[in-house]
Design a protein around this ligand. Structure first.
Ligand SMILES: [Zn+2]
Ligand SMILES: [Zn+2]
Length: 147
C-alpha cells in the first residue's frame, strides 16, 4: 500500500511520529475511568488497527509503556507526556491509537460510545451513536469481535 494512504499521527512535542494503514477496525468514544485519568479528559476517542498496519516513523524509543491494568498497557511520549497508544491482551494483535493525535482524517467517524455507564456528568453528549455500558451484550460481542 502506498504511503499516501497512511494516516499520520504524532505527540504534542512532535518527537514521536507514527503511521497507521487503513482499513481501521473501529473508532469509539471510551468513557472508562482508566482512559479519563490517563488522558486528563472526559472521554477518549480511540481507533484500532492490526499491529502489522502500524509503524513508528520516529521516536519509538521515547515511548514509555505503562501497565494501566492487568491486561492493558498505555504508551505515552516520555518527553511531552502525550498519551498515544493502548494495547491489551484482550485484543491481541491490535494497536489502539488516540484519535485526537492524528493529523487529519481517518477512514471512519466514531461508531459508538463504550463504557458509557462511566461517563462524566459535566459534559453533554447529544449524538445518536449507540451508548454501550460495560455489561451490555453488544459490548461483549464487540469485544469478542475485537479479539
Ligand atoms: Zn512528545
Ligand atoms: Zn477506556
Amino acid at each position: 500500500m502506498s504511503e499516501k494512504t497512511e494516516f499520520i499521527g504524532d505527540c504534542q512535542c512532535g518527537e514521536v511520529r507514527f503511521a497507521a494503514t487503513p482499513p481501521t477496525l473501529f473508532c469509539a468514544h471510551c468513557h472508562c475511568d482508566f482512559c479519563r485519568r490517563a488522558h486528563g479528559a472526559p472521554v477518549v476517542t480511540w481507533f484500532g488497527v492490526p499491529e502489522n498496519q502500524f509503524r513508528f516513523l520516529a521516536g519509538e524509543d521515547l515511548v514509555t509503556w505503562y501497565a494501566s491494568s492487568k491486561q492493558g498497557r498505555r504508551g505515552f511520549c516520555t518527553r511531552c507526556g502525550s498519551t498515544l497508544f493502548y494495547t491489551s491482551s484482550l485484543s491481541p494483535g491490535e494497536v489502539h491509537i488516540a484519535r485526537a493525535n492524528m493529523q487529519g482524517g481517518i477512514d471512519r467517524p466514531p461508531d459508538l460510545h463504550v463504557f458509557f455507564d462511566a461517563h462524566v456528568e459535566w459534559l453533554e453528549f447529544n449524538d445518536d451513536l449507540p451508548r454501550l455500558d460495560k455489561e451490555n451484550e453488544l459490548l461483549a460481542h464487540y469485544k469478542k469481535v475485537e479479539v
